[in-house]
Design a protein around this ligand. Structure first.
Ligand code: IMP
Ligand code: MG
Length: 185
């Protein structure tokens, strides 16, 4: 059965099936690398929630989960360059190995800021696992250890990724029609 195409989606970039394969590959890698290591997975809300929910159930290791809410974006499609942490971690991370789970890295400003923040709270190591990497507009040169897929410089939605809080529930990732955001500016 094909994916249902939402009217605001220009085209499907990554199908449900392809996403599943990507998540499986990342889970296998993480399972190897974090075996015998006590680590904490920190998901960045809200974008990473669908990815994290799938990923964590495929990793057969013991680990804790926590969440942060941070944003470098307003309601548009371009970064504001500032990061605001509106919900911080709620567990001690002193001397712990941290895996940040993110939906997409764009300018890198958010993850650069959060990595430093977690080190300042005493983390032993901070690694990044992102489903998507959009390197075209990178400003902060961050180290991404686990990357699902590189995407072109387009605004993508679905599988947790939103535009104005919508489209997170799409089971695939699609390119948003530019008319959707130009109508709004
Ligand atoms: P950065 O700080 O510029 O790397 O911003 C990363 C954040 O911007 C991600 O966590 C997303 O919430 C958001 N973002 C960047 N590009 C997209 C996109 O194409 N679709 C949806 N959200 C995006
Ligand atoms: Mg985000």
């Amino acid at each position: 059965m094909g994916d249902f195409l939402h009217k605001d989606i220009e085209k499907i970039l990554v199908s449900q099936n392809e996403i599943e394969n990507i998540v499986n590959t990342l889970a296998n890698q993480l399972e190897k690398d974090y075996n015998y290591k006590e680590f904490i997975m920190i998901g960045l809300l809200k974008g990473s929630m669908v990815f994290l929910a799938d990923l964590m159930r495929k990793i057969k290791l013991d680990f804790a989960i926590d969440f942060m809410v941070a944003s470098s974006y307003g309601s548009g499609t371009e970064s504001s360059g500032k990061v605001l942490i509106s919900k911080d971690i709620s567990v001690p991370i002193d001397n712990k190995d941290i895996l940040i789970v993110e939906d997409i890295v764009d300018s890198g400003i958010t993850l650069d800021y959060i990595s430093k923040h977690l080190y300042s709270k005493g983390a032993k190591s901070v690694a990044i696992c992102t489903l998507f990497d959009k390197p075209a507009r990178r400003i902060k040169n961050i180290d991404i250890t686990y990357k699902g897929m590189t995407v072109p410089d387009e605004f993508v939605v679905g599988y947790g990724l939103d535009y104005n809080e919508k489209y997170r529930n799409l089971p695939y990732v699609g390119i948003l029609k530019s008319s959707v955001y130009s109508d709004n500016m």
